[in-house]
Design a protein around this ligand. Structure first.
Ligand code: 5GP
Ligand code: MN
Length: 346
């Protein structure tokens, strides 16, 4: 059994939408990850099963390694079809905001969505949810937005109609947001849910391979290069970081998603508590940051304080509008500031 997560008021509003509204738009954050895509596709599939018109909209493309998800071929991207996306948003009656807590996480698309007169429905697990939605289902302790979407469908009595395709999408996001169930995944409900997803016919081993064993040759060589040539370890602080320039990314035939997961690898060094990656953006003059940690080290706080970002305790991101060299100096400063949390207590 699962505990209900929707309040009575939220249930009433959602039932009203399901009764009175036809056109739903579901939206995920910029540079969509497995959870953003899985949660929007999982909920879209459920709503379509109820006869609704549902469009999934993203600010820009998701990485190629997620393209196996059923329904991903119908996603609209603001970066590619801005006029079509604007029209779809104009026509929407309900806009679902999944896996983000603030419209700024949509970049330019957020400004357009912000002017819509549709009702907003947030489903998210990031801290500090913004106050812009009629219904805000915000549970920062949840493993993933996918877990929340499953719980909502469950509470709405939708389990019987829940399809294998939806189950695959939900499993994908739960898996990617917990590093293959290696962090933020000690709640036994997660495994109860996985049991139900398995009964819907998902093959979790195949899904794992589709997500994690799906790299190009150049991506694995990039990984070797980063670890051998670029990784800088600040052993006393149990912290490490690496940079990737635009030239280096091009040298390794970088495609979106190739750097995903690289930042986790230094955490496999014994005692390592914090890993940071700095990557020159290919589109804009800025440095994209990813942070990962173990145990209680708050990546999100560091990302907010130093890198114009945020996220979760053990996985956060941000961006700096400066050169890579300047960004490295900021990283060193940030690590020094957080030294008391990083060094071993004597
Ligand atoms: P990634 O390193 O994979 O880009 O991001 C790690 C986590 O941090 C993801 O859950 C992502 O949604 C979150 N994140 C990345 N950038 C930001 C940001 O600027 N603000 C907030 N609130 N979360 C972020
Ligand atoms: Mn997520």
């Amino acid at each position: 059994m699962l505990n209900p997560i929707l309040t009575e008021d939220q249930l009433v509003q959602i039932h009203a939408w399901l009764k009175d509204c036809q056109r739903f738009v579901l939206c995920g954050h910029v540079s969509p990850d497995g959870d953003a895509l899985g949660s929007t596709l999982g909920l879209a599939s459920y709503l379509k099963g109820l006869g609704k018109d549902v469009t999934v909209v993203m600010p820009n493309h998701f990485p190629e390694f997620l393209a196996w998800l059923k329904g991903s071929e119908d996603v609209l991207f603001y970066s590619e079809s801005p006029e079509l996306v604007k029209k779809t948003i104009q026509d929407a009656e309900v806009i679902g905001c999944l896996d983000f807590n603030d419209l700024s996480r949509l970049e330019e698309l957020g400004e357009i969505i912000g002017t819509s007169s549709a009702d907003f429905w947030m489903i998210d697990h990031h801290l500090q949810p913004g106050d812009f939605c009629k219904v805000t289902v915000s549970h920062p302790t949840a493993s993933s937005t996918c877990e929340l979407v499953f719980r909502i469908i469950w509470q709405l009595g939708g389990l019987d109609a829940f399809t294998q395709e939806s189950a695959e999408a939900i499993y994908c996001g739960m898996c990617t947001d917990t590093g293959g169930f290696t962090y933020n995944s000690n709640n036994s409900d997660i495994f109860f849910i996985i049991g139900l997803l398995l009964k819907k016919g998902i093959d979790k081993d195949v899904i794992y391979r589709k997500i994690y064993n799906n790299y190009s040759e150049s991506r694995i060589r990039l990984m070797g290069y980063v670890l051998y040539e670029k990784l800088q370890v600040m052993a006393d602080c149990h912290a490490s970081f690496f940079t990737l320039t635009r030239d280096e990314l091009e040298q390794f035939n970088y495609v979106k998603g190739d750097t995903e997961g690289l930042v986790n690898i230094p955490l496999t060094i014994k005692g390592m508590k914090l890993s940071i990656s700095l990557r020159e953006d290919l589109e804009k003059d800025r440095v994209m940051m990813s942070l990962r940690s173990v145990d209680d080290f708050p990546c999100n706080k560091m990302a907010e304080e130093f890198f114009n970002g945020g996220g979760h305790k053990n996985a956060a991101g941000g961006r700096l509008d400066c050169s890579l060299e300047e960004a490295v100096e900021i990283v060193k400063k940030a690590i020094c500031c957080y030294e008391p949390l990083l060094v071993d207590k004597k």
